[in-house]
Ligand binder design. Structure first.
Ligand SMILES: Nc1ncnc2c1ncn2[C@@H]1O[C@H](COP(=O)(O)OP(=O)(O)OP(=O)(O)O)[C@@H](O)[C@H]1O
Ligand SMILES: [Mg+2]
Length: 287
């Protein structure tokens, strides 16, 4: 049996309140999920549900106030700066916005060599690896001496993916990595993620508000609502026969290509909304 790569158990993230009022605002309430080697966990939910916060907690960028985050068997929820640098070999990130996540005035070659140098990998090896990475993500080798501003959004996201891959990580947290791209580019970059996983066996925590994207890329799916996971399971099950009304609504909100199917969905969406309204009213008037 393979060892679980990432295990998040009863994770609580709370931000301290600003100003004189004491206490904290809890964003994630006892969230649990697990990612196996070579697998993708899709994390879906509406804006503000806490998707980015969960990704940031795993990366050590959000305040963990309860529970644990085990990576390759070790609890990393409170890892020190030094431990984080070592962890960067195995745990990487791709952010949503390829325009702000890459230094616009740095040559691509330098951007890709930086993580290698941080891990004290020699110049010759590093140069060879950078060429390999460009090839891997489908960028021309002359990109080495060019700057991100010379590239389109999709190409920049390829650079960000190459940078994340530089150290051959075991897990990449991908926070809406295709949301800023047009639909055609989205499909190509998603295919790149899939190819890379097939070649390298890397795992992804893949965050998106778009259930179609999630369905395309994920083995398993977790649905986040106001800081709670309301549904979790194999992708086919969660996106095909969702159990929770919230997931059902998310599914109906993602557009379908055929107008007939869309009309049917609109009707279904209205019915569910109505049901939720009645249920809510019943709850409010219940003794
Ligand atoms: N640094 C912070 N301090 C206080 N509250 C924060 C902080 N960062 C995020 N939050 C709050 O946490 C909640 C969840 O935010 P988060 O960014 O994780 O949502 P999300 O699901 O990623 O949304 P989106 O789809 O818009 O990216 C929001 O209510 C947000 O205001
Ligand atoms: Mg977010």
């Amino acid at each position: 049996m393979t060892e679980t790569l990432l295990e998040v158990d009863d994770l609580v993230v709370a931000y301290p309140r600003k100003g004189l009022r004491a206490g904290a605002t809890e964003i994630l309430h006892r969230v649990s999920l697990a990612i196996e080697p070579g697998r993708t966990m899709g994390l879906v939910g509406e804006s503000g549900s806490g998707k980015t916060t969960l990704g940031r907690a795993i990366l050590g960028l959000a305040p963990v106030t309860g529970g644990s985050i085990r990576f390759q068997g070790r609890d990393i929820a409170h890892a020190s700066r030094r431990e984080r640098i070592a962890l960067a070999r195995d745990l990487q990130v791709v952010f949503q916005d390829p325009y702000t996540s890459l230094n616009p005035s740095m040559e691509i070659g330098r951007i890709l060599a930086e993580p290698l140098e941080n891990q004290r990998i020699g110049a010759a090896e590093s140069r060879a690896r950078v060429r390999e990475l460009l090839d891997r993500v489908g960028l021309p080798s002359d990109a080495i001496s060019r700057q991100p501003r010379e590239f389109s959004g999709g190409q920049r996201q390829r650079v960000a993916i190459a940078r994340a891959l530089a150290l051959r990580p075991k897990l990449i947290v991908c926070d809406e990595p295709v949301s800023a791209l047009d639909l055609t580019t989205q499909a190509r970059v998603l295919d790149l993620f899939l190819e890379i996983q097939q070649d390298t066996g890397v795992s992804y925590l893949f965050i998106s508000h778009d259930l179609d994207v999630i369905r395309h890329i994920s083995h398993d799916v977790a649905v986040l609502l106001h800081g709670d996971i309301v549904e979790q399971g194999p992708s086919l099950q969660v996106t095909g026969q969702p159990q929770h009304p919230y997931t059902q609504r998310l599914l109906l909100a993602s557009p379908l290509p055929e107008p007939d199917a869309q009309a049917q969905r609109r009707a279904e969406r209205r019915r569910l909304r109505e049901e939720e309204r009645i249920e809510g009213a019943e709850r409010r008037t219940a003794p």
